[in-house]
Design a protein around this ligand. Sequence first.
Ligand code: ZN
Length: 148
Amino acid sequence: MTFLKPGQTIYYRACKSCNKKVTGDEGTGYSCQSCKKTPAECNLRYILSAKFTSATGGAWITAFGDDAEKIIGCSADELDHTRAHGDGSSYQTQLNKATWAPHLLRLMVATQQYKNEKKQKITAKAVTPVDYAGESKFLLDKISTMTS
Ligand SMILES: [Zn+2]
């Protein structure tokens, strides 16, 4: 991840059964339109849309839930707690720490039609730390097949 728009919301209150966004708040109670239920509790779930850059280029990629958690480095609940109780800088520090941290992403690319315009939607499906030893071996194996 190389760029995260400052001040953007990167998580939402999600229904524990279906992960859809719930309406309402702690005071009035939550309500899930999809399940037609009013759950007593809900989860904070990441919806992270940020710019990611590789050696060959960059793209805007969206990551959800656990995958986004691996990129940010803490759960959405923890991040929300930091934002609510921290001095403001600790929240930003967490996001800054996550920026430029290398990850290996498996991506799903879907093309969507939007107002006669084709748009590419890229979603991160698996996020893992970069395995430098494994990646180097992969490259060395590739190089050895080129020379032989
Ligand atoms: Zn639901």
